[in-house]
Design a protein around this ligand. Structure first.
Ligand SMILES: NC(=O)c1ccc[n+]([C@@H]2O[C@H](COP(=O)([O-])OP(=O)(O)OC[C@H]3O[C@@H](n4cnc5c(N)ncnc54)[C@H](OP(=O)(O)O)[C@@H]3O)[C@@H](O)[C@H]2O)c1
Length: 254
């Protein structure tokens, strides 16, 4: 049996993109389970507010800034003396539109934020703590990484790369470090507002589980993967999508 805290009591976690949406819910869930939480995002006021609310610490900056990765892991290690959990959640869904219109800098930025930053952060965590003491990494991907869609070519391609990176790292870093991903379907956050706001009821009616996701739905999955309850799970992708992938078989109630 695992304890209600899933063994996360006193462990230290870094969560990127943690001031709102899914990252905020993940940081909250980890803090509620007794973990020491270090949050980051670009807006300094929001980072301060979130850290205060969660009783944790924070550092403002972009995950696109290579220096930020080192400063972030150093802060967590300096303040907590350990770094057990890394949640790579920050992402961009830009450039949005047909790939033939994607500017090179915008394409590179998508890969810098969505793929390179998670790798660099894992390297920092591995070199400074996890290679010796162990730990766990959770990358937030997307259900959409498994298929193509209009206007999301850069986002989908970079998230598919993150999914691949998750498996590669899981193979390379075991047994000390477990690396998994969570792939959400449509979740009620700012990033996805343009998708759910115009037709939420119709979208929900088409899903086997009858509603769009809430950030807490995803946070519970991340918490489980971070915990000792998932001690024999690595290289896995946990799809949390309300049945989006199987909706073709769904017969809506009349
Ligand atoms: N919502 C969905 O339907 C959905 C579906 C599938 C996957 N996801 C994935 O879930 C994750 C979280 O998305 P969300 O919907 O919760 O987004 P959100 O509500 O827009 O929150 C994004 C968070 O990331 C921070 N952030 C953005 N760019 C950053 C950067 N370059 N460096 C550091 N922090 C940055 C934001 O704060 P600042 O702006 O202050 O930096 C904010 O805290 C993403 O990986 C996304 O791809 C979301």
């Amino acid at each position: 049996m695992t304890s209600p805290s899933y063994g996360l009591e006193g462990r230290a976690a870094v969560v990127t993109g943690a001031t709102r949406g899914i990252g905020r819910a993940v940081a909250q869930a980890l803090a509620s389970a007794g973990a020491l939480v270090c949050v980051t995002a670009r807006d300094a006021d929001e980072v301060r507010r979130t850290a205060l609310e969660l009783g944790g610490i924070g550092l403002a900056g972009s995950v696109a800034d290579p220096g930020h990765h080192r400063r972030l892991t150093e802060l967590a290690l300096g303040e907590f003396g350990r770094l057990d959990v890394l949640v790579n959640n920050a992402a961009t869904n830009q450039p949005y539109g047909p790939l033939m219109d994607a500017a090179p800098e915008a394409w590179r930025e998508a890969f810098t934020v969505n793929v390179e930053a998670p790798l660099r952060l894992v390297q920092c965590a591995w070199r400074s703590w996890m290679s010796e003491h162990g730990g766990t990494v959770i990358n937030v991907c997307t259900e959409g990484a498994g298929h193509v869609g209009p206007n999301v070519g850069a986002y989908g391609t970079s998230k598919a790369a993150l999914l691949h990176l998750t498996g590669q790292l899981a193979g390379e870093l075991g047994p000390r470090v477990r690396v998994n991903s969570v792939s959400p379907g449509l979740v009620r956050t700012e990033m996805a507002r343009f998708m759910w706001e115009p037709g939420e009821l119709d979208i929900a009616a088409g899903l086997p589980l009858g509603r769009i996701g809430e950030p807490e739905d995803v946070a519970r999955a991340v918490l489980w993967l971070a915990s000792d309850a998932a001690e024999w799970v690595t290289g896995a992708d946990l799809v949390v999508d309300g049945g989006t992938r199987v909706r073709a078989a769904h017969i809506p109630a009349s």
